[in-house]
Design a protein around this ligand. Structure first.
Ligand code: NAP
Length: 328
């Protein structure tokens, strides 16, 4: 007999019983906590401005997968409906139009801005203003890895710099993403059966996969540590543009045997001859990158949101599988 009046056998059974009961209760509570978290997330709506874009699409899908309600803002609702099923809300209109923005932000917990440089500053400034009035709790924005005071002399960098400033000045908790080059950009270097890099581009870049980036954006919406941060997004390997493009072509364009280097004088001449504003801007952009390379340090982003892990070869495999699934 023990001092409790129970036999050692009874005491052991009682202790084990209590331990099991405690485990069971903690398991139930944990499950309840997870469910509550999920339910809370389900109630949160994120507006994705530029949701139909190269980066907006994977981000929107990832947010949805992670339990958020996702509202896509687009100038072309028909196009958006082809890309997103009915579980996504769609708001049609120009994001630079404040009255449409007011409607689009109604009831939103957060807003993600993923727009081309031509419009992003104007839209970021409008979002900062309207979001404050609509009590939006989080803004995320796709800036760039080279955006910095010292690079403001380049007009595209300056626009991003001012877009960032507008978001910061709004006082709304925000996460500004400063990603380096995306792997998804590689197909754009192949035009009419030719793979060309504009300029010599000697700097290596930590190419990042949009899927990894999308996971980071979605994670940031549930992370206090990601609030009011500027986070640099780098993939796991540093590879020059020529090498990344050569490897891309060897998998997706085996007929292209060589990656050519187009000098900037030729880019400028072609832009004038063809009256292509797009080519002129691309030339300026690439000339800028040739000078500045890759900026920033991804350590904090990797720590707070988990490092992007997809290598270029893994991205090729995923892309091949997706293309195969789309055909088959
Ligand atoms: N590519 C890279 O490697 C890289 C690296 C770092 C940062 N970034 C940044 O990532 C951001 C997003 O790039 P992205 O390639 O995903 O963009 P995108 O596909 O070119 O554009 C996103 C969406 O913006 C909307 N849009 C286009 N022109 C517009 C206009 N004039 N007015 C209003 N809306 C317009 C379009 O949606 P609707 O037609 O549906 O309205 C489009 O689908 C950019 O700011 C870019 O600088 C890119």
């Amino acid at each position: 007999m023990t001092s409790t009046g129970l036999s050692p056998h009874q005491l052991r059974r009682m202790i084990i019983g209590r331990l099991l009961a405690a485990r069971f209760i903690s398991y139930l509570l944990q499950g309840y906590g997870v469910r509550q978290k999920e339910e809370r997330k389900m109630q949160k709506t994120i507006l994705v401005i530029g949701g139909t874009g190269m980066l907006g699409q994977p981000v929107s899908h990832r947010l949805k997968e992670d339990g958020f309600r996702v509202r896509i803002m687009t100038r072309d609702a028909q196009k958006a409906r082809k890309l997103f099923d009915n579980s996504f809300e769609i708001v049609a209109g120009d994001p630079a139009d404040t009255s449409i923005l007011e409607e689009a932000l109604d009831g939103c917990y957060g807003v993600h801005i993923s727009l081309p440089t031509e419009v992003e500053q104007q839209v970021a400034e409008a979002v900062a203003k309207v979001a404050s009035e609509k009590a939006v709790e989080r803004i995320s924005y796709v800036s760039g890895a080279t955006v910095a005071e010292e690079n403001r002399c380049f007009f595209l960098s300056n626009r991003k710099f001012l877009a960032e400033k507008a978001i910061r000045d709004s006082g709304i908790p925000h996460t500004i993403f400063c990603p380096t080059w995306f792997m998804e950009s590689l197909p754009m270097f192949v035009v009419q059966g030719r793979a060309s890099v504009l300029g010599k581009q000697p700097h290596p870049y930590h190419w990042v996969a949009a899927d990894d980036f999308s996971r980071m954006v979605s994670t940031a919406y549930g992370s206090e540590a990601a609030a009011n941060k500027r986070l640099f997004v780098y993939g796991p390997e540093a590879i020059t543009m020529h090498e990344a493009l050569r490897r891309y072509c060897s998998v997706f364009h085996p007929d292209i045997k060589k990656v050519t280097t187009m000098p900037f004088w030729l880019v400028r001449a072609l832009a004038v001859i063809t009256r292509s504003q797009k080519l002129e801007t691309a030339g300026k952009l690439m000339s800028y990158f040739e000078k500045v390379g890759e900026g920033g340090d991804p350590t904090e982003a990797n720590h707070v949101l988990g490092a992007p892990m997809t290598t270029l070869n893994e991205w090729f495999e995923k892309k091949k599988a997706r293309l195969g699934a789309a055909i088959g």
